[in-house]
Design a protein around this ligand. Structure first.
Ligand code: URP
Ligand code: ZN
Ligand code: ZN
Length: 460
């Protein structure tokens, strides 16, 4: 059925105007004032509302095998939460264990998403080892429509790669025109500091930060930047959390290194005092890199405002507080790392970013949609509101007032890191390729409608 969104204010990364949007066959076919509605058209009145391009989360984990368990959301639950919160495209990390082969993992990850997602999706291909066989498989995976890799400089013995593998991965990426996303923390420092802290009896969640302070992250960034400079590969630092790491990345950028920077909504609105909460409550806030001192927050917000930081993701990795986080009850190094936030990214960015004047509406669209689409080869089908583009649209109600609670969230996890927080605005209608998929906090879409987005390299 055709769809007409009337009387809204269209907000893109670089424009703002009032117009109607007409969508047919999954795409935007008209943008104009006072578009008439042919018979059988579904009409949405967007008076008083903003219309954003569908948001894209460039860093999520769905049912990730990690630290002896699995992150809780499947595509069925995770994509519903995404859509309700205004995110219409997911970029998930395909993360094979070191002993697994890349192609098998890619096919496994695909099988968990195809026919099960309510929104479109693609993957960053995790390169968790690099040898002749995996190189052949990775080349094949790029042919199948993947144009970004994911590497971990952390997680020794699990996903982490050594320097030889890092060098070869970046050289391959450069050859293929693939962008390399990277988790930057020095794994040797993390392992040594964890050992020292545990030996000193420092076992609770508050000590997670001491095991990987800002310098450990900055060293990881500097390390990646050195390899990127030598190979000429395009890089993207995931979940950058602090001033020290930002300085290392910006210094490299100034030298000509090709690097884009992602921060997370968690680092913008939460700080390390949350992970220091008593009675193991801090475990809800354990992730890596850790939540930082609050003094880092204005630096990250300003980085977004000034275009130094390109994107805001969630690194969504939900683990239940009752049954999974307690795996690290007596040893913080065993707490599954992750803070659920897929559903709340846009609402929090709007409430704590736009409403407070830290960023403007265009920056919100840019960092949570347009830049992501450009960096990862999805633009202008995604990340824009223009003729011929996918009709992924968010009709956003800036007058909504509400409260976040685990009781009402769609994410499949037993707590909210933002329990009781007030929201000032949320999506009123969300469309996925021209079909309404969420209304006022309720999922109304179709599981399985989401499509795999084939991408081609060399978009950076
Ligand atoms: O704590 C985190 N970030 N959990 C998810 C895995 C990762 O490092 O991205
Ligand atoms: Zn990571
Ligand atoms: Zn992650």
């Amino acid at each position: 059925m055709p769809l007409l969104i009337k009387n809204g204010e269209i907000i893109t990364a670089d424009s703002r105007y009032f117009a109607d949007i007409f969508c047919e066959h999954e795409t935007i076919t008209k943008i104009d004032r006072s578009i008439p509605a042919p018979e059988g058209t579904e009409i949405i009145d967007a008076t008083g509302k903003y219309i954003f391009p569908g948001f894209i989360d460039p860093h999520v984990h769905i049912y990730l095998p990690f630290m002896g368990t699995y992150s809780k959301d499947t595509y069925e639950t995770g994509s519903q939460a995404a859509v309700v919160g205004g995110t219409t495209t997911l970029i998930e990390m395909c993360c094979p264990a070191r002993q697994d082969d890349a192609l098998g993992a890619f096919e496994l990850w695909m099988s968990k998403a195809v026919g099960k997602s309510a929104c479109d999706f693609t993957f960053h291909m995790g390169v968790t080892k690099f040898d002749d066989e995996s190189e052949d498989q990775i080349r094949d995976i790029v042919q199948r429509g993947i144009s970004s890799f994911k590497i971990f400089l952390a997680y020794k013995g699990a996903f982490g790669i050594n320097d030889t593998e890092l060098y070869r991965t970046l050289k391959l990426a450069k050859e293929l025109g693939v962008i390399v996303t990277a988790h930057c923390e020095n794994e040797t420092l993390v392992a040594e500091r964890c050992r020292e802290l545990l030996a000193a009896g420092k076992t609770n969640p508050a000590h997670h930060h001491e095991s990987r302070p800002p310098l450990v992250e900055a060293e990881g960034v500097h390390h990646l930047m050195t390899f990127a400079e030598l190979t000429g590969a395009a890089t993207y630092i995931v979940h950058l959390s602090c001033k020290e790491a930002l300085s290392a990345a910006l210094a490299a950028r100034q030298r000509g290194v090709r690097v884009a920077i992602e921060t997370l909504i968690q680092y913008l609105v939460l700080d390390k005092s949350y992970a220091e909460r008593s009675n193991f409550e801090g475990a809800k806030y354990v992730m890596s890199p850790p939540l930082r001192d609050a003094s880092n927050q204005p630096i990250l917000w300003n980085g977004l405002r000034d275009g130094l930081v390109q994107t805001v993701a969630t690194d969504h990795a939900p683990f239940d507080f009752q049954t999974q986080k307690p795996m690290g009850k007596d040893d913080f190094t065993k707490i599954p790392n992750g803070i659920p936030s897929l559903e709340e990214r846009i609402n929090l960015l709007y409430t704590h970013g736009v409403k407070t004047g830290r960023i403007d509406l265009h920056t919100l669209v840019n960092v949570a949609s347009t830049q992501v689409a450009k960096l990862f080869g999805l633009f202008p089908k995604k990340g824009a509101i223009q003729l011929g583009g996918d009709a992924d649209l968010v009709v956003f109600d800036p007058t909504y007032r509400g409260t976040i609670s685990a009781r009402t969230q769609h994410m499949n996890v037993d707590y909210s890191a933002f329990e009781g927080w007030k929201l000032e605005g949320r999506p009123s209608v969300v469309t996925v390729r021209g079909q309404v998929a969420a209304r006022d906090g309720k999922f109304t879409g179709q599981i399985g409608r989401g499509q795999f987005l084939k991408r081609t390299p060399n978009h950076f």
